[in-house]
Ligand binder design. Structure first.
Ligand SMILES: [Zn+2]
Length: 342
């Protein structure tokens, strides 16, 4: 990117009402068969157009073709039985009934490649594509086969690497791995989590990113946030090792979060996607509020490495609110860009 402060979103955006029930996670599709395929492609056109209208610089698929950022990828793999469900504690936070790993995991065919080709055909803008990270994937499953979180993460990293290489070949510019689990399991992150992520990006020539957030604005997450105290210092545990990792970009939650901004200093040298849009509220930020977060971040990240972004995905929000927030992000970045060039 030659433009200073290129804007993007962390990942998901609301789906059109004719494709899936709005403002709901894991919302079932409203179409089937060929109609669903066509509907998903139309949704990709709409989400791209929404981002372009708002002036977003690095566009994405808005995760229009997936029901969920983790499970949709896993559904395409062998070795996981979605009928055989067990209750596990997700991110140490809430219990959920999840599928079981019943044998060796593998990726019999590409997952998102056709979608990525389709989006690439619609625009010359840089594209960022999100995949789940290995640690977040294992945290969403019951493992009855490997009996080792590390071993399973390593197998997923190899599979993610296959998918990432194919995504790169379609012309995707940035591949992002979503690792909200990095904010919870610090010892594992430092022991093998970052190493597994590096295995997932091995041999890639495109830019690579990791997104670490405090989650969607759902109740389990907002309740958890209330227990974290006045200062959220989770990032402090993992930034030193991430700074030394081979990942190019680190995507963070900064708007309305209690993360002390100076923790970004620990990433010095990396490109930082600074979340300047709160996804846990319907209130649309003013451009000045966005600019304020970016100005604070600029104390700890060089201007050519600052990427204004959203705190997390916006799938659970209404389309009107999400569009307003995209426009605010764009306008806020513009204010700071103007200040930097003055
Ligand atoms: Zn997130």
């Amino acid at each position: 990117m030659n433009k200073l402060l290129p804007t993007s979103t962390a990942g998901s955006l609301p789906k059109p009402v004719w494709l899936a029930q709005p403002e709901t996670l894991w919302s079932p599709w409203k179409l089937q068969g060929d109609e669903l395929i066509e509907g998903k492609q139309d949704a990709l056109r709409v989400t791209l157009s929404d981002q372009q209208q708002a002036g977003i610089d690095i566009v994405s698929d808005g995760e229009q073709t997936r029901q969920h950022f983790v499970t949709t990828f896993i559904e395409h793999l062998d070795g996981v039985d979605f009928e055989k469900r067990e209750t596990v504690r997700i991110r140490n936070r809430y219990d959920a009934s999840v599928p079981s790993v019943v044998g060796a995991v593998s990726r019999p065919k590409s997952v998102f490649i056709e979608d990525a080709k389709f989006l690439r055909g619609l625009t010359d803008q840089p594209i960022k594509w999100a995949l789940p990270g290995p640690m977040t994937m294992i945290d969403t499953l019951y493992d009855g086969h490997y009996k080792s979180r590390e071993k399973l993460a390593w197998e997923f990293a190899k599979i993610l690497n296959q998918e990432a290489k194919e995504l790169e070949a379609t012309g995707v510019d940035i591949i992002q791995f979503d690792e909200p689990a990095f904010n919870v399991f610090f010892d594992e992150v430092n022991d093998w989590g970052i190493a597994a992520l590096e295995r997932a990006v091995e041999g890639l020539n495109c830019q690579t990113a990791v997104h670490i957030c405090y989650g969607y604005g759902i109740k389990a997450n907002t309740d958890w946030k209330k227990t974290l105290g006045a200062e959220w210092r989770q990032y402090e545990e993992i930034f030193p090792k991430l700074q030394k990792s081979s990942l190019d970009l680190i995507s963070l939650e900064c708007q309305h979060s209690r993360v002390p901004m100076d923790l970004i200093e620990l990433l010095r040298g990396k490109k930082v996607m600074v979340g300047a849009i709160d996804v846990a509220t319907d209130t649309i930020e003013t451009p000045e509020e966005v600019a304020d977060v970016l100005r604070k971040a600029l104390q700890f990240v060089d201007a050519d490495k600052l990427y204004p972004c959203t705190n997390c995905g916006m799938a659970p929000l209404s389309r009107t609110v999400a569009s307003g927030k995209l426009a605010a992000l764009s306008a806020g970045a513009k204010i700071v860009r103007r200040e930097l060039s003055a």
